[in-house]
Write a protein that binds this ligand. Structure first.
Ligand SMILES: Cc1cc2nc3c(=O)[nH]c(=O)nc-3n(C[C@H](O)[C@H](O)[C@H](O)COP(=O)(O)OP(=O)(O)OC[C@H]3O[C@@H](n4cnc5c(N)ncnc54)[C@H](O)[C@@H]3O)c2cc1C
Ligand code: FES
Length: 338
């Protein structure tokens, strides 16, 4: 039995490693040439402390001393990598940079498989990766190089991890450099490089009712999350509101409908700020959140979209007192270079 462990470094880089049943996390990391901080290897110094954000593991109290980790810290999810033995897939935060652990981010060569103009405002593109599958946590993003330049753009994966083909759903930004490449030059076979995975916006195990809020192409990471969920892993209600500005921005409804058929606890609504069709729901996403979805405050929320939308939803959350137990968000800001 092998588990997938996502090591999250403090600079936002994630590295996925595998860990055999009964293997200590530090042994698995070093076996895969990831040098996480380590000293005594005996549960005595605390150098290898991390935080297990999700997943299950064995780490008997008798395997370390209180100077390395107190019972309260252990109770709160802090771990010692030299003593922890995962018994499921886990996400573990490592309080060190990826560079110091020699866990540099993955660099991938690929070629364009397909580019689809979903509408005037939205493009979906798929890359076929040379040399095998790409692993990431559902919700994470890649930095995709613009061919012929030294520039890259951040795009969330919309496809499922572990495949040789990766897909993205992106806004066709007028005169945008990547947008222009995608509409004018991205023919099947054209080489595109990317780096991945990045980001801390990823799906945690669903342990209470959960709300997804997507704005525009902010639907991309949610498609990846929904493609990953199964009726076995979705054990609490999951409600989603997907908001766009105009009719032409509305994409991905087939995938959402497929997810609704496949996942009995998943439901979604969509709304438009402006619409030529008077039968469709109007307004902002916050206007379509139903109070019973919030489970008296015992819910988790995931939010992704344009900067203004994310800021507006966060303000709504603060002013309405509808704070989630855990709130994760990603802003689709313009690249720093522009
Ligand atoms: C973590 C992260 C994940 C992202 N994931 C996605 C995704 O999955 N799908 C997606 O569509 N976008 C995503 N974005 C946003 C995307 O990276 C930018 O929109 C991208 O720079 C657009 O590239 P471009 O080369 O076409 O336009 P650029 O050449 O970068 O920009 C051209 C012009 O448009 C403006 N502009 C560009 N992007 C934006 C923006 N997002 N908001 C406002 N003005 C903008 C610029 O200021 C500039 O004037 C993400 C951003 C981040 C930070
Ligand atoms: S390396 Fe010393 S406690 Fe783990």
């Amino acid at each position: 039995m092998t588990y997938t462990i996502a090591l999250q470094f403090e600079d936002g880089v994630t590295r996925l490693i595998n860990c055999n049943a009964g293997e200590k996390l530090s042994d698995a990391a070093y076996r895969q040439k990831v040098n996480i901080p380590l000293d005594c290897r005996d549960g005595a110094c605390g150098t290898c402390r991390g935080y297990c954000e999700s997943g299950k593991y064995d780490m008997p109290e008798s395997s370390y001393i209180e100077d390395a980790l107190t019972p309260e810290e252990a109770q709160a999810g802090h771990v010692l990598a030299c003593q922890m033995k995962p018994v499921s897939d886990c996400v573990v935060m490592i309080p060190a940079s990826s560079a110091s652990c020699k866990a540099s981010v993955g660099k991938f060569a690929s070629h364009v498989e397909e580019v689809k103009l979903l509408s005037d405002s939205t493009i979906e593109f798929t890359l076929n990766v040379s040399g095998g599958a790409v692993e990431f946590l559902p919700g994470q993003y890649a930095k995709v190089g613009i061919p012929g330049t030294s520039l890259s753009r951040a795009y969330s994966f919309s496809s499922k991890s572990g495949a040789q083909q990766v897909s993205f759903v992106v806004r066709n930004v007028p005169d945008g450099k990547m947008s222009t490449f995608l509409t004018d030059a991205a023919r099947p076979g054209v080489a595109v490089d990317f780096e991945a995975p990045f980001g801390s916006f990823y799906l945690r195990p669903i342990s209470r009712p959960t709300l997804f809020l997507a704005g525009g192409t902010g639907i991309a990471p949610f498609l990846s999350m929904l493609r990953t969920l199964s009726p076995e892993t979705l054990t609490h209600p999951l409600n989603m509101v997907y908001g766009v500005t105009r009719d032409e921005d509305l994409v991905g409804l087939e995938e959402l409908e497929e997810a609704r058929q496949r996942l009995p606890l998943f439901n979604y609504e969509f709304c438009l700020i402006e619409s030529a069709n008077s039968n469709l729901k109007r307004g902002y996403v916050t206007e379509h959140i139903q109070s019973d979805w919030l489970n008296n405050g015992d819910y988790d929320a995931y939010l992704c979209g344009p900067v203004a939308m994310v800021d507006a939803v966060r303000k709504w959350q603060e002013s309405s007192g509808q704070n989630a137990k855990n709130f994760y968000f990603e802003k689709f800001s313009a690249s720093t270079e522009v």
